[in-house]
Design a protein around this ligand. Structure first.
Ligand code: ADP
Ligand code: ADP
Length: 233
């Protein structure tokens, strides 16, 4: 099954009339269910722009983008928000946890947003996720009292709680020391292998990219190379 398909996706920013600058020049891409993909490329090559389009946070100038087979470019904002909440999990370097809420509460939030009111199942599901990321002992701690690595694990649990088809991770280990970065990466990999969720991980760290199944390199708004990672053993 195909998780994500991009057909001739272009993105231009308006930088004051009449000039328009095209940043992405016709991206074609298919990500299949369960793929674990690294997205690399020099600064300014368009990685964040591409990730924002895939995450339905911004709209392409032209082209079509399918999430689990559903065409997205003609959807209204409300429909996009619903599709995003259902299908896509986000993990960012700066994880935007609510500091005055507990780890468990942070994980419950997307479910509360989706269902509108608290119920017992939400608490049970959040506890399962917190256990899966190894944080049961600190589930009731305020998120701002957790270490950087622990906070990132909460963010991962939050990203997974709606069982998304696709997780987008932008420098997920960017502000962590090597050991915490490895723990986080192992966790993403394990989730990928047990749930068959597809991952796209933007990283500047060649060591992490080499542990992905496929490496896509963006240069100047085009896919410069896209290869299975033969180094992966
Ligand atoms: P990367 O994530 O690979 O560093 P970006 O997607 O952030 O690349 O940026 C690609 C190019 O798009 C850069 O030249 C950047 O200046 C430009 N850019 C990004 N966002 C905007 C915007 N909102 N308006 C105009 N130009 C932008
Ligand atoms: P909208 O503004 O379209 O209503 P929301 O702001 O409610 O969308 O966000 C919906 C989901 O998308 C949330 O789960 C949120 O985590 C994610 N999201 C939205 N914007 C961003 C962003 N800039 N960075 C990371 N995640 C985001």
């Amino acid at each position: 099954a195909i998780t994500l398909q991009l057909k001739d996706i272009r993105k231009a920013y308006n930088i004051g009339l009449p000039a328009e600058t095209e940043i992405l020049h016709g991206i074609d891409l298919i990500i299949k269910r369960g793929e674990f993909v690294a997205l690399i490329g020099p600064s300014g090559s368009g990685k964040s722009t591409l990730l924002n389009l895939i995450g339905l946070l911004d709209k392409p100038t032209s082209g079509e983008l399918f999430i689990t087979g559903q065409a997205t470019t003609q959807l209204q904002d409300r429909e996009l928000t619903m599709l995003r909440a259902k299908s896509i999990g986000f993990v960012f370097q700066f994880h935007n946890l609510l500091p005055e809420f507990t780890a468990l509460e942070n994980v419950m939030l997307p479910m509360l947003a989706a269902r509108g009111r608290p119920d017992e199942a939400i608490g049970v599901r959040a506890a399962e996720l917190i256990e899966q990321v190894g944080l049961t002992s600190v589930g009731k701690h305020m998120s701002n009292n957790l270490s950087g690595g622990q906070q990132q694990r909460v963010a991962i649990a939050r990203a997974l709680v709606m069982q998304p088809a696709l997780v987008l991770a932008d420098e997920p280990t960017g502000n962590l020391d090597t050991q915490s970065a490895d723990t986080i990466f192992d966790l993403l990999r394990r989730v990928n292998q047990t749930s068959n969720t597809s991952f796209i991980i933007v990283t500047h760290d060649p060591r992490l990219a080499k542990r992905c199944d496929r490496i896509i390199e963006l240069v100047d708004g085009r896919i410069d190379s896209d290869k299975p990672n033969v180094a992966e053993s």
